[in-house]
Design a protein around this ligand. Structure first.
Ligand SMILES: Nc1ncnc2c1ncn2[C@@H]1O[C@H](COP(=O)(O)OP(=O)(O)OP(=O)(O)O)[C@@H](O)[C@H]1O
Ligand SMILES: [Mg+2]
Length: 336
């Protein structure tokens, strides 16, 4: 797949478009701060992000803990309502969806979470867990049809007939994630959002599950938004990658380009901070000073102010917008 093709020029249009998307949580101060007349604070979990995902591609979303990755996934699926911005699925505004259209979207967009144990009902068999969503979305009407389809799905994710009447606790972590993936596929989705879907697994199992994601993408023509904080995972799976820092996307572009030549100082620092496998090598060089910026009422300029080696006067005055760099990527920095 030519990841450098501009999504906007894709004849069929992107599957998902996110524009100006924001989620600000109002923080409730204590009674004393209210009496003292202190103003309400807002935690800007996601603060105006823009990206698009083409049909059949994988966009990797990477960034440190708390930068807003899961909130982005929840906003897209309307598990939380945005403070501002828009999400379009196949060109249609998701925020304007009727109840019936929303139900259809629940099958078009599926989420796979980090911890399948908490997302699979422990009291239900695998047949029920995979068959029920089919029933709800009118995909297979009779029990016999559903059972046949569940068996097909289990085979597709590397499980078998002997697993269909078991309960989630009777599986290993990797097998449970296979079940969670099969459940996502049960309703014929177009977009699958994986929120750290391999982060809880052993490294050897991670590779198997990542390969399963790739095989299924090819077979079913799926589109992925793949969230991870682990850069090697993102590199393995992504066609394009978006790097987030404190609620903003700082760099987005073809994965090969971004990994080979990161432009944003934050992306550079993130890539440099990957620990070496060799214990004799010195610890990774830190190019950013100070601590991660707080998302609570962040200052108006660039979020990296106070930490950035390229910082100049303009950086504290205005937030840099994402700007094309001419090689298929966009970077949000005043000084690049
Ligand atoms: N319901 C909420 N109310 C207030 N703040 C919230 C809420 N949900 C998330 N946040 C805050 O929003 C920020 C982003 O959270 P989010 O879960 O999106 O981060 P993340 O990038 O997924 O992190 P991780 O890698 O640890 O999963 C964090 O500072 C978090 O504390
Ligand atoms: Mg998260």
């Amino acid at each position: 797949m030519d990841a450098a093709v501009d999504t906007a020029k894709d004849a069929t249009g992107p599957l998902l478009e996110v524009s100006g998307l924001a989620k600000h949580y109002r923080l409730h101060g204590d009674i004393y701060s209210k009496l003292a007349g202190q103003k309400t604070q807002y935690l800007k979990a996601v603060d105006g992000i823009d990206f698009a995902i083409r049909r059949g591609e994988t966009l990797g979303l990477v960034g440190e803990s708390g930068c807003g990755k899961s909130t982005t996934a929840r906003l897209i699926t309307r598990l939380v309502e945005p403070t501002a911005g828009e999400v379009r699925l196949k060109g249609e505004k998701v925020l304007g969806f009727s109840e019936a259209r929303m139900k259809r979207m629940r099958s078009e967009v599926q989420l796979v979470f980090q911890d399948p144990y908490s997302s699979l009902n422990p009291r239900k068999t695998i047949m029920h867990i995979l068959g029920r969503p089919m029933q709800l979305h009118g995909i297979a009407s009779s029990y016999a049809e559903r059972r046949e389809r569940v068996l097909e799905l289990l085979a597709r994710v590397g499980l078998g007939l002997e697993h269909i009447d078991r309960y989630p606790h009777e599986f290993s972590g990797g097998q449970r994630q296979r079940i969670a993936i099969a459940r996502a596929l049960a309703v014929n989705p177009e977009l699958v959002i994986g929120d750290e879907p391999v982060s809880a697994l052993d490294v050897s199992i991670q590779a198997q599950i990542l390969n399963l994601f790739r095989d299924l993408q090819e077979e079913f023509g799926l589109t992925y938004l793949f969230i991870a904080h682990d850069l090697s995972v993102i590199r393995h799976i992504s066609d394009r990658v978006a790097v987030m820092y404190v609620g903003k996307i700082v760099e987005i572009g073809p994965a090969d380009t971004v990994f080979a030549n990161p432009l944003h100082p934050y992306t550079q620092a993130l890539l440099k901070a990957v620990p070496e496998a060799d214990p004799d090598k010195p610890p990774p060089e830190l190019t950013l000073k100070g601590e991660v910026t707080s998302p609570v009422d962040p200052p108006p300029g660039c979020r990296l102010c106070g930490r950035c080696p390229l910082e100049s006067k303009v950086c504290s005055e205005s937030a840099p917008p994402l700007r094309d760099t001419g090689d298929g990527r966009q970077v949000a920095c005043h000084n690049i």
